[in-house]
Design a protein around this ligand. Sequence first.
Ligand code: ZN
Length: 102
Amino acid sequence: MTIPTLTGYPDTPTTCRVWCRWCCTWHIHGQEDPDEIRHRVAHCGQHSPYWHSSYHMRGTATPWDQVRRTIRTASIAQQNVISRGETTPAIDRLRAQPDPEP
Ligand SMILES: [Zn+2]
């Protein structure tokens, strides 16, 4: 199984945010130095493919605040649908968004 690499955008002095297209939300992890890649345990629900594969996180110097508004996240109602392992056309569109530019 190929382990995907996601970008971790610095948020606070000690944490960063990772865009998860399966959960349609930003997961919070400990910060990583720019261009360092480390294996992370996925902060996903059990229906996410990342639940099984986990992911690698690559640090970047680009702050989360600079990219957060380029991504639309799931509403609370949509998060409930996602947590049941179901989807809707709107959730499919959220998942099809291009990744932010690191
Ligand atoms: Zn996730």
